[in-house]
Design a protein around this ligand. Sequence first.
Ligand code: FAD
Length: 504
Amino acid sequence: MKKVIIIGGGAAGLGAAYKVRRAAAAGADVDCVVIEKDDRLGGKLATDILRDAEGCEYVVDGGSDAFVSGKPAIARIARMVGIADEMVPAREENKKTLIVKGRRLVEMPDGIMMFAPTKLVPLATTSLYSWSAKFRMALDWFLPRKSVWAEGETAQDHDETLESFVVRRMGRESLDRLAEPLVGGVHASDPGEMSLAATFPNFLEMEQQFGSVIRGFLNERKKREEMRRKYPPKPGAKPWAFFNTFHRGMQRLTDGMADAVGRERITTGVRVTSLERSGDRWRVSLSDGQALEADAVIVATEGWAAAELACGVDAEVAGLLASIPYSSSATVPMAFRAEDCPSDLKWFGILSPMVEKRPLLAVTLSSSKWPDRAPEGRVLLRGFVGGPRNQHLLEKSDAELIETVRAQIVDLLKMDPDAQPVFASVYRWNRGMPQYTLGHLDRVDEIEHRSTRIPGFAVAGGAYRGVGVPNCIESGERAVTKVLADLGIVLEEDTAAAPGRRTH
Ligand SMILES: Cc1cc2nc3c(=O)[nH]c(=O)nc-3n(C[C@H](O)[C@H](O)[C@H](O)COP(=O)(O)OP(=O)(O)OC[C@H]3O[C@@H](n4cnc5c(N)ncnc54)[C@H](O)[C@@H]3O)c2cc1C
């Protein structure tokens, strides 16, 4: 029997392990083990059920808190592992995003798609932008394309930073007030460095196809409205929402996959310290002194951790992996008594643009966005700090971080300045978010190209072709396809639907 060792027990590693187990169930002579260095499985999916001093219970996601409907990998896995009925849509009735402007919170104008306005009246009446900025944004309709792509060229051939693109099409204020916190914020990235081809290639494609981002998004809006008319929700079906989660938090997904893989195949609290190829076998050394042997290895760790392990395998791959930068961040969940908060609590989140220079990137109002996150009479919020331009904040102690976020929340929500949370905690994501900088896809192509020449070796995870949890799962699955093919095992699942190369 062939054996695959999977290093890393996050979404990518467990997605890979679950695919190996499906292959085994379908008759392939293969099995796997997963080695995770932390005591907890899930990586950036980390849910805790916490209680305050009065015994009130909260479902707290310290890392990822949502997945988007448009990417089917999670729903597919949830159905297979039997947790589909635990998927919960966001409460669309509270779907509102607020943006910090000075000491005010301004509602994101209706019709904004990503950062492009698609409705005239809300754009004209919003106080988010100055009049000159509104006119500048409208200019996008008339500005020519930057270049006309040759036949067969893609966004990757015309990569550009988020900052360069948005400023060129819609002006600086559009970037500073919305595109930076909304689009850059998802990746905790500096818009001046962030590769559009690797993150949102559709912006570049829209410019090519429609000659304007606004025209591109208007077309997308029309298509969505047509789909909704054509396929109205079935009676009794769960309402559709852009964002979804699981009833008991996002970690339910990785826990569900771990159960399906079989916990006996998973070791936690042990780090892989080195990888070595000898003959056609792999030798995997562990921090507890043991060494394991395998026919294939999948390195589903952060890029920098993969670089350390790849050193003994291929120095160039290791160098390329090490060149993917990471930023650190922290989430700081805290709950208040409802009576301490102002009355309007029907919104999903607050974005704090970098130009506001606040020590806060965003706030999620978890108890409004999701059902069952906090009991009646309690308000659960989640502050998000760090990102490339605020790394110094992460040197603060937990108590200082909690106070920083508390002070921001009471200021923004006009609460009593002395209002204290009934509980607060800190989740630190040290070097947790890969930064897809200009040319990222070329680097990933090179890593994958070189890896094809290393039999029984593949990397997987958020460092490569999408940081979203569904992308990570698919990345793990692609890695399995690669290493099993190296071992002469071709999966029926893959011949039925060959996985695409790009999965943004
Ligand atoms: C704060 C935050 C919020 C996010 N929010 C969202 C969101 O709402 N929606 C969304 O889709 N995405 C979100 N993301 C992104 C998404 O959660 C991640 O990209 C994804 O979970 C990464 O999965 P992964 O398996 O690639 O890596 P990880 O989850 O990082 O897993 C890698 C694992 O490898 C382990 N490891 C490393 N080195 C070794 C070693 N030598 N030996 C053994 N184990 C090792 C690590 O301990 C870790 O558990 C968020 C990310 C962060 C940080």
